[in-house]
Design a protein around this ligand. Structure first.
Ligand code: ZN
Length: 142
């Protein structure tokens, strides 16, 4: 399969230099994600301040897509309200699972659009969405 479009510079750069890497000190909540198909593991920490994501971080091992997606997820969600974070999750999930019929629907996702090609590779969807599901889980528990 052709991974050329998936491994764009943005993904490789975030894989090499992940943002918001490391544990958050208490008080924070965390959730873990595991993708047995690829071997990806991720833990996402999140601290809410009222209704806002005051801080978010992650640690993970696995493929470049899973790490880059986690890194860019933390950037996308940090500082957002709970509702905004959930809306970004919904948009991202729809994109990587191929539910966006029109590429214009991905516009609101900004540079997260680099993961749009994942929709064509079903085995990679879980890599790209792993950290997002962990974020949603911890958001709902926080
Ligand atoms: Zn993976």
């Amino acid at each position: 399969m052709d991974l050329g479009q998936l491994y764009q510079d943005v993904i490789l750069e975030h894989n090499r230099n992940p943002r918001n890497w490391g544990e958050l000190p208490p008080p924070s909540a965390h959730a873990e994600g595991h993708n047995p198909m690829c071997g990806d593991e991720v833990t996402v920490w999140l601290r809410l301040d009222g209704d806002r994501v005051a801080d978010i971080s992650f640690v993970g091992t696995g493929c470049a897509i899973s790490k880059a997606s986690a890194s860019m997820m933390t950037q996308a969600v940090k500082g957002k309200t709970r509702a905004e974070a959930e809306a970004i999750f919904t948009q991202f999930h729809a994109m990587v699972t191929g539910q966006h019929a029109n590429p214009a629907e991905d516009a609101a996702l900004g540079k997260l659009k680099v993961f749009s090609g994942v929709a064509r590779f079903p085995t990679r969807v879980k890599c790209a969405s792993l950290a997002w599901h962990a974020m949603k889980e911890v958001l709902e528990s926080a």
